[in-house]
Design a protein around this ligand. Structure first.
Ligand code: CAA
Length: 379
């Protein structure tokens, strides 16, 4: 067992850290307050290869491993979780799904611009009445011979307003349940698509979350991913990797909040000494550091399994549930260490606390991760 990172891993980690500090930190409070999508920053992330990190260079990607992805996600998320969710969805859900299951034509047409950051993508599974219960898809993709006719509504779509390409799950054979669902590549400009208003969220307020409505949207058959009825498996397999991305996002939020709390505890004085010299604070810092390290190891284990082509469904869900609960706890404690200052925007920790919450909800709630974990250990 080797816990050493390679030179390349350390280089990527540093590049992501420098980008976060130099490009994302300035303006992050304002973007959060005004719900401003970090368009310029996402463009630069794409130019640096962070939007198609694990995609083969043959398809415009950076050709890196999943460990590098975890390291980069952690660094970007320490500073701006609104930017890192865009990165996570594009890398894990959109690019990975297309590279693994798409046809050569689909890869040339869609993966190349997505992986090289010329455009971004969105993954559309959730619906008003199909969140955790993802098999209950109401969006219909009616088989019309050479094309599908898509009708329905997708909810809570990350990149819903800014993506140019959507991967949409829709039901073609309702009588077959999850085996009747198809995954379709739909271009944003296709007639019949309406994008709802941007959601006014508690956290990750810079990210672009919308409902997307489909009315008689014509999708050519060649835009289906995999065999007829493969859509639900496609979504589940893709989400298994997506959970490593969101676990790493949660890890980054936790470590960002911890670093701020540590720094503040060495500066702030109370009762005649720095608050870091009080055991009440020392115990908090010790618990934060320990939980973060455990979360990091779970993320890296899941990433390593993925790179070794092992089954990472269990480890990815374990990483996601533990890292997201760690993020929520650490960020809340980081606010506590800051006292009143933690409650105002300039100190960043209140934003990290708000951002942490979504990591327990999207790409499968903590309850869903526990279902996946318990099914795996009981089977
Ligand atoms: N890999 C491959 N196949 C899988 C799978 C996996 N990880 N998980 C399930 N399947 C297969 C099952 O084997 C089954 O196939 P068979 O009938 O051939 O055996 C089929 O899929 C149906 O599975 P289940 O019977 O287990 O389905 P279920 O209704 O019990 O639900 C669930 C399973 C795990 C709860 C699933 O519905 C789930 O993960 N729900 C959460 C959905 C989710 O994560 N949504 C996130 C939206 S995306 C997002 O948030 C992105 C963003 O914006 C950041």
């Amino acid at each position: 067992m080797d816990f050493q990172f390679t030179e390349e891993h350390l280089m990527i980690q540093k590049a992501a850290r420098d980008f976060a500090v130099n490009e994302l930190l300035p303006g992050v409070i304002e973007r959060d307050e005004h719900q401003k999508f970090p368009a310029e920053q996402i463009k630069k992330l794409g130019e640096l290869g962070f939007l198609g990190m694990m995609v083969s260079p043959k398809y415009g990607g950076a050709g890196l491993d999943t460990i590098s992805y975890v390291l980069a996600m952690e660094e970007i998320s320490k500073v701006d979780a609104s930017a890192s969710v865009v990165m996570s969805v594009n890398n894990s859900l959109v690019c990975w799904g297309l590279e693994t299951f798409g046809t050569e034509e689909q890869k040339q047409k869609y993966l190349v611009p997505l992986a090289s950051g010329q455009i971004i993508g969105a993954f559309m599974l959730s619906e008003p009445e199909a969140g955790s219960d993802a098999t209950s898809q109401r969006t219909i993709a009616e088989d019309k011979g050479d094309h599908y006719l898509v009708n329905g509504t997708k909810n809570w779509i990350t990149n819903g307003g800014s993506a140019s390409v959507y991967l949409v799950m829709a039901q073609t054979h309702p009588e077959k349940g999850s085996k009747g669902i198809n995954a379709l590549i739909i271009e944003k400009d296709t007639p019949g698509i309406t994008i709802g208003p941007k959601e006014n969220k508690l956290g990750i307020r810079g990210s672009d979350t919308h409902s997307v409505m489909f009315q008689d949207v014509k999708v050519p058959k060649e835009n289906r991913i995999g065999e007829d009825g493969f859509g639900f498996k496609f979504a589940m397999k893709t989400l298994a990797g997506g959970r490593i991305g969101i676990a790493s996002q949660a890890l980054g939020i936790a470590s960002g909040a911890f670093e701020l709390a540590l720094k503040y505890s060495k500066e702030r004085k109370a009762f005649g000494k720095e608050i870091s010299q009080h055991q009440a604070i020392q115990f908090k810092l010790a618990d934060m550091a320990t939980k973060i390290e455990a979360a990091r190891l779970l993320c890296l284990k899941a990433a390593w399994e993925k790179d070794q082509h092992l089954d990472y469904t269990l480890s990815g869900s374990m990483a996601k549930v533990f890292a997201s609960e760690t993020a929520m706890w650490v960020a809340t404690e980081a606010v506590q260490v800051h006292g009143g200052y933690g409650y105002v925007k300039e100190y960043h920790v209140e934003r990290l606390m708000r951002d942490a919450k979504i990591t327990q909800i999207y790409e499968g709630t903590s309850e869903i991760q526990r279902i996946v974990i318990s099914r795996s250990i009981l089977s």
